[in-house]
Design a protein. Structure first.
Length: 472
């Protein structure tokens, strides 16, 4: 069932959000919250709403003035429809979305037009920032999610910037150039089971010298298989481009670039590329098989990770990225789903260099084409938003800092949805303070998330040394 969260009393009365999937909403007055309410009686991070398939849970996050349900102060409770939630001067309620749709239909006069596809946009989409307004034009939620060409966004004035043209990536879940993040040896388990089932197990039974054992998952550009070398009998993961994508020369070029960059990297905390080639018009990359779950899945399943675990993984990732940077390779898509962690949570590997760039190699930056996805919005650096073709290692520092924040807090530092609000937060606002984290650790994370590259760590090695002091 779909639900609608609405604010029925207070300065923000009239706000509506449709919930169509399991979701976590952080509520508070800080701009990084998913639902930011301008109420001085709210704490920066006030409470957390968690929606599952059949019900919803409310948890107070140690707020100063408390969270109330039907007049009773709560710490954690399951909600029912029409319960009245009071936070500060605001009252919220949750009702079935079907009921809400019949009560407040959107009139034609409330609809604008997307500057890219021409489809109509309800003003409610703009209000809740599923769609965005930029440079006097509006863009619908679909175009925003697929990638749109905008003028570069100014940090001084997000809405009115009109600088040089650049492509801004808006995909919240999956990098276009990267087939998919590896988990175990393939796709992140956060992928819906329906999608996994849709991958045909008979698509490939053999790829070169590799016998396909199982389908691990599917991304927008290709499929990842578990396979065995027919002579050596070693088990590997094989990433292949989808058949319909082979006709696009730029996609094949980027795919081969991933293989070339990846095979040059030999580090214990980086997924090792072993081979690449073409077999019967199938382009493939084989890589090591690593039994693991990605950090995004772990946090979604069990909640925030303990500080010692996060610190250990962070040290391993800074070491891996320092190694890559010293060899002229920027990852450009560091995020929790690309950080693979073993069952004991003691060892991690960085995956998916599909967006990586050899920034010291002439012409490498020409592989980014208009409309293509340049990273995952929730963890992307401000400079990538403004000019994805000209990024430095500091972009990886920012993205890793955002990933560490996610592992500790249980949510991205600049919000998860809607995308328009995430962009504004990345460019203009600092994330909410972390709880139960030492001041030294929090200061290091804050430095890695500085808006200006000059205010971050100069190198990943410096980032690593700062983390070593926390460990000590």
């Amino acid at each position: 069932m779909n639900w609608e969260l609405r604010i029925i009393e207070g300065q923000a009365a009239g706000y509506r959000k449709i919930i169509t999937k399991p979701e976590r909403l952080l509520v508070g007055r800080d701009a990084s919250c998913d639902l930011c309410i301008p109420d001085p009686l709210l704490s920066r991070q006030h409470c957390l709403l968690e929606f599952s398939a059949n019900d919803f849970k409310l948890t107070d996050l140690g707020s100063r003035n408390g969270t109330f349900v039907n007049g009773q102060k709560i710490q954690e409770t399951r909600l029912t429809t029409n319960d009245k939630i009071r936070v500060g001067k605001h009252i919220l309620e949750i009702i079935p979305a079907e009921v809400a749709a019949t009560e407040e239909p959107v009139s034609v006069s409330q609809i604008l037009t997307c500057a890219q596809c021409g489809q109509r946009i309800p003003t409610a989409d703009l209000k809740e920032m599923r769609a965005i307004r930029h440079g006097g034009k509006c863009y619908c939620a679909k175009c925003v999610s697929q990638g749109i060409e905008l003028s570069a966004i100014s940090r001084k004035d997000y809405k009115t910037a009109s600088m040089k043209k650049t492509t801004i990536a808006m995909s919240a879940n999956e990098p276009l150039a990267a087939v998919a993040p590896l988990t175990g040896s393939g796709i992140s388990p956060t992928m819906p089971m329906a999608v996994k089932a849709a991958v045909s197990p008979r698509a490939h039974k053999r790829i070169g010298q590799y016998e396909v054992i199982d389908t691990l998952g599917e991304g927008g550009m290709g499929v990842v298989y578990k396979a065995r070398h027919t002579f050596l009998e070693t088990v590997v993961a094989i990433k292949v481009i989808k058949e319909e994508m082979v006709m696009h020369a730029d996609i094949v070029k980027r795919f081969l670039q991933e293989a070339k960059l990846g095979i040059s990297l030999d580090h214990p905390h980086i997924i090792r590329i072993q081979d690449a080639g073409e077999y019967e018009n199938v382009y493939f990359i084989s890589m090591e098989y690593f039994e693991s779950q990605d950090a995004h899945f772990i946090v979604k399943k069990t909640g925030p990770m303990p500080c010692p675990e996060v610190l250990r993984i962070a040290l391993q990732m800074t070491d891996a990225l320092d190694y890559a940077h010293k060899r002229g390779v920027i990852h450009r898509d560091v995020k929790p789903s690309n950080i693979l962690i073993n069952k004991a949570h003691s060892f991690a590997k960085l995956a998916d260099f599909g967006l990586a760039k050899a920034w010291q190699t002439a012409g490498a930056n020409h592989l980014t084409a208009s409309g293509q996805t340049l990273g995952t919005i929730q963890y992307i650096s401000p400079e990538q938003l403004e000019d994805s073709r000209n990024v430095s290692p500091q972009a990886d520092i920012f993205s890793l800092g955002a990933s560490i924040y996610y592992a500790l807090a249980g949510f991205p530092p600049f919000g998860e949805d809607p995308i328009g609000k995430v962009i504004q937060n990345i460019l203009h606002h600092d994330p909410a303070p972390l709880k139960n984290v030492s001041s030294d650790f929090e200061t290091i994370i804050a430095k890695s998330l500085a808006k200006k590259t000059a205010e971050r760590f100069a190198t990943m090695e410096q980032f690593n040394k700062a983390l070593q002091t926390v460990k000590a």
